[in-house]
Design a binder for this molecule. Structure first.
Ligand SMILES: [Zn+2]
Length: 479
């Protein structure tokens, strides 16, 4: 991935912010920047946010902000979020404060947001607008984020001259997605974990693979905090991104195999797994507009599909192929099948296999409450039931027969393991002689006797092979 970029300009055609009527000049355009319609729609998801600026605020690109008193408005995406130090001085009346690092396409600034009770529901990746009256140059005095040295303090509940608002409207979806200093050091996850983390401003691009449920954990000092573990991958390695405390609500709308994260300068811990964490210098660009993100998304999609614990039966693909298929009634051996799939990887073909089941896991899976399974949010779901609720997104997910129910099939030429097969619901019913509902309800002794009856029996399978599916699709089971 490193060094493939011809030039940064070729990726990012010049675009002006839709909030402005003219490109940025050294003096900012006066005005709020929003039409009244935009203001109305941006309020929808924020509930009671009815703040309107009482006077004119100039909208600035972040890199053109200057320290000092000024009524300013900036729009940027949150790239980091952390609680202020417990020892930090709070303004009168504040219960707490968080630091937001926000970034537009020109620079980054740190916002100290003090609050008494309002939960802003802020997450990394969100687009926000901030209205403030003073910009501090963070180079002086104690400063929490050295990579975004402009410091803006807001306490909207107390000071009506400042405000922060989430811009959730889909029309802003592409705004501020250009990474800063992107061309510098994009490295692979593997290189990053093997010494690359020492490089200043090291950047890795990863795809979200799984999202854990949020857990309460007790820290060394006895206090508790929330933790979410996000599985991430690129084409070289995998890691866990841990999101703590105020950042732990961030992955709520991230999608496994879809959401891309460009992470700059995370901390690395390789004690037993590869753990990435945020420091105050870390930036996370969610779904950055860079071509590598699209390429990696495609790669991750294939990998995640292949490793899925219960690959979906490719109904539509098979139907499409079936319409124009040649008439083939060929009996293959497992070795022939393997040869043909390797020699002509693009070939899609159908045929029959005559195999013997030599391993079945029905009883043990029943005992482990794993007869049926599926995945949601990249997390496996198992149960002896047709549905299960995902612990992360709380959605009911339909389960299918666990493919590991068949352990191993052999013929005279070779063997195939259950993980390489995808059976249709129809094929499962034919194979087991019972529907999935009947399978779930069967007693342990019934399943034991079914197992005995099926083991070492020769069966004929009708199969379809397509490299796109990457597994052997079983469409029918014949005695
Ligand atoms: Zn889910």
């Amino acid at each position: 991935m490193v060094g493939q970029s011809p030039s940064i300009q070729s990726f990012f055609p010049l675009q002006t912010s839709p909030f402005k009527t003219s490109p940025r000049t050294s003096s900012p355009t006066p005005g709020d920047g929003f039409t009244s319609e935009e203001l109305d729609t941006s309020l929808v998801s924020v509930g009671k946010d009815d703040w309107t600026p009482s006077t004119t605020y100039d909208e600035y690109d972040i890199d053109s902000l200057v320290a000092g008193p000024n009524r300013i408005k900036i729009v940027g995406r949150i790239v980091n979020l952390f609680e202020s130090s417990p020892k930090a001085k709070l303004p009168n009346g504040a219960k707490g404060s968080v630091h937001l690092v926000i970034k537009d396409n020109t620079g980054a600034a740190t916002i100290k947001l003090s609050y008494t009770r309002i939960s802003y529901g802020l997450r990394i990746g969100q687009l926000v607008a901030v209205w403030a009256t003073y910009v501090t140059d963070g180079d002086r005095g104690i400063f929490p984020c050295t990579v975004a040295p402009l410091y803006i303090k807001v306490f909207p509940e107390k000071d009506k001259n400042c405000h922060i608002r989430r811009l959730d409207d889909p029309k802003f979806a592409q705004l501020c997605r250009k990474p800063l200093r992107y061309e510098s050091t994009l490295m692979s996850l593997k290189d990053f974990t093997h010494g690359g983390s020492e490089v200043t401003e090291a950047k890795i691009l990863v795809i979200v693979k799984s999202i854990s449920t949020r857990k309460k954990v007790t820290k060394k000092d006895g206090t508790t905090t929330d933790l979410v573990k996000v599985g991430v991958m690129d084409d070289t390695s995998e890691a866990i991104l841990s999101l703590w405390g105020v950042a732990s609500t961030t992955p709520t709308d991230w999608q496994p195999s879809q959401t891309a994260l460009l992470i700059s300068s995370p901390s690395l811990n390789v004690s037993h797994q590869t753990w990435l964490a945020l420091t105050s210098s870390t930036f996370i660009d969610v779904d950055p507009s860079i071509p590598e993100a699209e390429r990696l998304r495609t790669y991750a999609g294939h990998m995640i599909k292949r490793r899925h614990i219960n690959t979906a039966y490719p109904d539509e693909e098979y139907e499409m192929w079936n319409i124009s298929k040649p008439e083939e009634h060929v009996l293959y051996s497992l070795a022939d099948l393997d040869d043909r799939a390797r020699e002509a990887p693009e070939d899609e073909f159908e045929g029959y296999l005559s195999v013997v089941i030599i391993e079945l896991n029905m009883s043990s899976l029943r005992q482990q409450n794993m007869l049926m399974c599926n995945e949601c949010c990249g997390i496996p779901l198992y149960a002896n039931s047709t549905v299960a609720r995902c612990k992360h997104c709380d959605e009911q997910k339909r389960l299918r027969v666990n493919p590991r129910l068949i352990g191993k099939l052999i013929d005279e030429s070779g063997s195939i393991l259950s993980g390489k097969l995808v059976l249709s619901d129809y094929a499962w019913t034919r194979l087991l002689g019972r529907s999935t509902e009947e399978l779930i309800k069967s007693s342990a002794s019934t399943l034991k006797s079914v197992e005995h009856r099926m083991l070492h029996v020769r069966i004929t399978l009708r199969f379809w092979w397509s490299a796109g599916v990457g597994k052997l699709v079983i469409t029918d089971v014949l005695e």
